[in-house]
Design a protein around this ligand. Structure first.
Ligand SMILES: [Zn+2]
Length: 467
């Protein structure tokens, strides 16, 4: 029976993994790659953060196309009708995490609605999965909170024990998340010893998994995938984006002070993810249901760009074009169904060279893959498709993030931005792959094809050629 075992090494930097393999710290990974396997680089999605960046794997779409533009969001239209509505704002950090499945676009199937016999370990996107197959349904909150505050390898050891049970079961698809690298990166920095220990611990567990698959004669019929949802970069300074707007004269709504919506006549909302990206929502003419376009927020955008913490600022103009500004330049970006139309106006906000006019999504990937902003034009277009996205979207500069209060423990490393540090992820398979420029969203149709199953709806990824 064909099986797919998907190991999500959450927050693993591609170059860290490469270095640990080269230095002999991950012998099981090395032998998996050398025995007819492959090590590729893939591009994740914007925002490059846990939750939204799992959607490509489990639904085959970009976050914007599943209406999940961040781990925190605000819905201006819903808020304008009823500020007490459960659907007017969200933070998946905490109790509202229980609403994640409910908030995903209903017309896009999850893999668990397609592959009936599946298992999930330490993962929140479980729509369609019978609760008995969500192997950490009860315990995940406890272990995730513990991992978030204290780090350690405990959560990954628990994941591995559950995974061995899943391998013995009849499941055709197993999705197992290893959260140690991400938690330890946030707590101690992405190059810290505790993160190295998480990689080494993962490699030990991988050795046991491969041995088990071989001992039970399942290895040849199994597609084993190891990848990540985002990278990381060390953070030395935190910009209090909420405070920045307050100092600019706005009355701001942000988590966790949600009661402010009743006490103050708020006219802005800040929703940070990861913590290197943020949505900003602005009330227009006293009306939350109105769009705020870049012409009337120009003053704020230029002010935001004076901060060394802010790299790229994106907003819509009155012609529904996306205006992209950075300290390097200004450009316009438009969605053209099969690709994008890109018009640099003043230099280039990303520092791209010779990229302009119409580009198919394949062209964007090809031409930007090796740059500091891989696939950014595709990623910006997709995030603006969500009705829950901000009027202004910010991607932070390396070394900075956008949340300084209410973050315990303080983040020493962050992710979420458009930078290659966060967008490039490692992709290891026990198969060779023909393509050398891959998006994480390509894995969903590849998995279904391997299991001889049809993709039931339009997806953003393309099946990879593996053998
Ligand atoms: Zn994280």
């Amino acid at each position: 029976m064909k099986k797919v075992i998907f190991l999500l090494l959450d927050g693993a930097r591609k170059d860290s993994l490469e270095t640990h393999i080269e230095n002999g710290l991950m012998p099981n990974m090395k032998s998996l790659i050398s025995q007819n396997g492959s090590f590729s680089t893939a591009v994740s999605v914007f925002p490059s953060t846990t939750g939204p960046a799992y959607i490509p794997f489990l639904m085959g779409t970009f976050p914007g196309n599943s209406n999940m533009p961040g781990i925190r969001w605000f819905d201006k239209v819903k808020f304008s009708k009823n500020r007490s509505s459960l659907n007017s704002h969200r933070s998946y950090v905490g109790i509202e995490g229980l609403l994640f499945n409910r908030d995903l676009k209903k017309s896009q199937a999850t893999i668990f609605e397609i592959v009936n016999d599946s298992r999930s370990i330490f993962n929140e996107i479980t729509r369609g999965l019978p609760s008995k197959f969500d192997m950490t349904q009860i315990s995940k909150f406890y272990y995730k909170v513990k991992s978030h505050f204290l780090g350690s390898q405990l959560i990954d050891n628990v994941a591995s024990e559950k995974l061995l049970d899943a391998i013995e079961s009849s499941a055709q698809f197993v999705f197992c998340c290893y959260l140690g690298v991400d938690s330890n990166s946030h707590i101690s920095g992405c190059n810290s010893q505790s993160v190295v220990d998480s990689f080494v611990n993962f490699d030990d567990k991988l050795g046991i998994v491969v041995k088990k698959l071989k001992d039970t004669k399942q290895f040849e019929d199994t597609l084993l995938i190891i990848t990540s949802d985002h990278g990381h970069s060390n953070t030395s300074s935190h910009l209090d984006l909420t405070g920045f707007l307050e100092r600019s004269g706005y009355k701001v709504f942000s988590y966790p002070l949600v009661h402010k919506k009743y006490l103050t006549d708020i006219d802005a909302a800040v929703m940070v993810s990861g913590n290197s990206m943020s949505h900003i929502y602005l009330r227009e003419d006293g009306d939350w249901s109105k769009k705020h376009t870049s012409r009337n927020s120009d003053g704020l955008i230029d002010k935001l760009l004076t901060s060394e913490a802010i790299d790229i600022v994106m907003s819509l103009n009155t012609k529904n074009q996306i205006v992209i500004k950075s300290k390097r330049g200004i450009a316009l970006l438009e969605d053209k169904e099969t690709g994008v139309f890109y018009t640099p106006l003043v230099n280039d906000p990303f520092g791209y060279e010779g990229i302009k006019d119409f580009l198919s999504y394949d062209d964007v990937l090809e031409k930007t893959f090796e740059t500091s902003y891989p696939d950014a034009l595709t990623q910006i277009v997709q995030i603006f498709k969500s009705g829950r996205s901000g009027d202004i979207i910010i991607s932070a500069e390396t070394g900075f993030d956008l949340r300084s209060n209410f973050e315990f423990p303080q983040h020493k490393s962050s992710h979420g931005s458009l930078k290659s540090d966060h967008m490039h992820v490692p992709l290891i398979m026990n198969r060779m792959v023909s393509e050398d420029k891959i998006r994480t969203v390509d894995l969903f149709p590849t998995i279904l094809d391997f299991l001889n199953l049809q993709v039931p709806n339009k997806v953003d990824g393309k099946k990879l050629d593996i053998n």
